[in-house]
Design a protein around this ligand. Structure first.
Ligand SMILES: [Zn+2]
Length: 249
């Protein structure tokens, strides 16, 4: 059976002598591992396409259901070459594709994740402040994955906390009032200002994310919270976390 879809290259690894396994995030099928035969030979029919982060239309062959998919055709629609010419942007794109790879399941179609990934690669290509773009990406991804944190009222008793925010509960997944904080075992400190910035990063229109005023200190706090949060709920430690730490030093 042949499958045709749009797909973003999110990782690749060598396989056998001349082959490679490429992980795509696809529009139609979610995340897929695909075998690309002969791609490591000097002359191969895929040429320079299939670089990391590229957006392609691909045709796959599946001999029997459940077999490893084989790439038969690939046409690059967007190479995002400006990302590749800037070290900070490469690191940022690596970070967001790594998140998409680590936090999603194979063959679990999610058009919102595909669109988020594509849109944020596009934004990164034009970005002057990639660290803000990736901070926004990671928060928005949490909502799509169903782990969006409560940032408006106490996650437990729903009381409006406004400026007196002191804690974020990893366990309950949101800001928590002082009262309820006593019954939550996993609180980390979080201030009102950081919560306001997080809300802006989540809801700002796509063309003005970089206008959100955010200090490196706040970005570090958000990154710290994000890391603890995905470790608490998804048992994932991101290898590329070090990259973002370097970016916002
Ligand atoms: Zn409460």
């Amino acid at each position: 059976m042949y499958l045709r879809t749009d797909a973003i290259v999110i990782s690749k690894r060598n396989f056998r002598e001349n082959d490679r396994i490429i992980t795509f995030y696809t529009r139609t099928y979610g995340k897929l591992d695909v075998l690309v035969k002969g791609i490591r030979k000097i002359e191969n029919r895929f040429g320079s396409s299939l670089e990391l982060f590229t957006y392609n239309e691909i045709l796959l062959w599946e001999k029997r259901k459940g077999d490893l998919l084989i790439l038969t055709q690939c046409q690059t629609k967007e190479s995002f070459f400006k990302i590749r010419s800037d070290l900070k942007k490469i690191a940022s794109a690596f970070y967001i594709t790594d998140l998409a790879r680590e936090l999603t399941k194979d063959k679990d179609k999610n058009i919102d994740i595909f669109n988020l990934l594509f849109t944020f690669l596009y934004l990164l290509e034009k970005a002057n402040k990639p660290e803000i773009i990736i901070s926004s990406f990671q928060l928005r991804l949490l909502f799509i994955l169903g782990f969006g944190p409560e940032l408006d009222k106490c996650v437990n008793c729903k009381i409006v906390i406004s400026k007196n925010i002191k804690y974020f509960s990893l366990q309950f997944g949101g800001i928590i009032c002082n009262n309820c904080a006593r019954s939550s075992s996993s609180n980390i400190s979080l201030d009102h200002n950081t919560v306001m910035i997080m809300n802006k990063l989540i809801y700002a229109p796509l063309n003005s994310i970089e206008n959100v005023i955010v200090s490196f200190v706040a970005l570090k706090k958000i990154e710290h919270l994000f890391s603890l949060y995905i470790f608490y709920h998804m048992d994932k430690k991101m290898k590329s976390k070090k990259i973002i730490e370097k970016l916002i030093k």
